[in-house]
Design a protein around this ligand. Structure first.
Ligand SMILES: O=P(O)(O)OC[C@H]1O[C@H](OP(=O)(O)OP(=O)(O)O)[C@H](O)[C@@H]1O
Ligand SMILES: O=c1cc[nH]c(=O)[nH]1
Ligand SMILES: [Mg+2]
Length: 217
């Protein structure tokens, strides 16, 4: 399974990631959402390089031109609610993509233990398609795994891309166990070393959903 950590190479993505993490900047929720969206745009561009292409003949005002263009449009799936700004970044680039939405939330049993609940799924058929699963945080990997299993009820994708802003090392290992090795690629802006007792990524960024949309009850 190919794992790509985009912050290993210097690019403007690192500036957006620094602002997303920065406790003195991330409280500006408009900037936080836009920075997540910009990471989504950069990831969409990177993933676009892995798609199949074929030449297209185009009539310009002066002559014929040929450009290689993608032969497919992916399905962009996300997990509510923190996934929404990242998803928006992806569809800013894949403007003819189909889309899927899954809800997932942590229901805490006590301070440190929780189950993940999936209650809502809206998806096109996925058979033979390229599925891009986008969620800014891959902490334990549990939400991503359960969202994928829910989406499999809509068909078997030909290839799966997982795109996260920050993943924990543990979640990357989990994904390597539960997703098909031969047809999954993982894209992260950063991979962080630890989870804390509440299964939050450390250093991470805090709670992505709350930073986007406010605290929930
Ligand atoms: O890898 P996991 O351990 O499953 O954690 C990651 C999940 O946590 C966050 O969502 P959260 O449950 O906070 O919901 P929210 O988007 O409504 O805030 C995040 O967007 C992921 O979906
Ligand atoms: O670090 C984490 C873990 C789960 N959800 C978040 O928003 N952040
Ligand atoms: Mg949250």
């Amino acid at each position: 399974m190919k794992i790509v950590e985009l912050n290993r190479n210097n690019s403007i993505l690192n500036q957006y990631l620094a602002e997303i993490r920065d406790v003195n900047i991330q409280g500006d929720s408009l900037r936080f959402r836009r920075n997540i969206e910009r990471v989504g745009e950069i990831m969409a561009y990177e993933i676009s390089r892995d798609l199949p292409y074929q030449p297209l003949e185009i009539q310009t005002p002066l002559a014929m031109a040929t450009e290689n263009v993608p032969t497919i449009q992916p399905v962009i799936a996300t997990i509510l609610r923190a996934g929404l700004p990242l998803h928006r970044g992806f569809i800013n680039y894949f403007d003819r993509a189909e889309n899927a939405f899954v809800s997932a939330y942590r229901k805490y049993i006590d301070a440190d233990n929780f189950d993940i609940h999936i209650e809502y799924i809206a998806s096109p058929r996925l058979d033979g398609k390229t599925l891009i699963l986008v969620d800014p945080m891959l902490a334990t990997g549990g939400s991503m795994e359960l969202a994928y299993k829910a989406l499999l009820t809509k068909g078997e994708p030909a290839h799966i891309h997982i795109a996260s802003v920050i993943a924990s090392r543990q979640a990357v290992e989990h994904v390597q166990k539960v997703f098909p090795q031969d047809k999954t690629t993982v894209w992260c802006a950063a991979v962080d070393p630890e989870l804390n007792a509440h299964s939050y990524i450390v250093p991470g960024l805090g709670d992505a959903g709350d930073l986007c949309y406010g605290e929930k009850e």
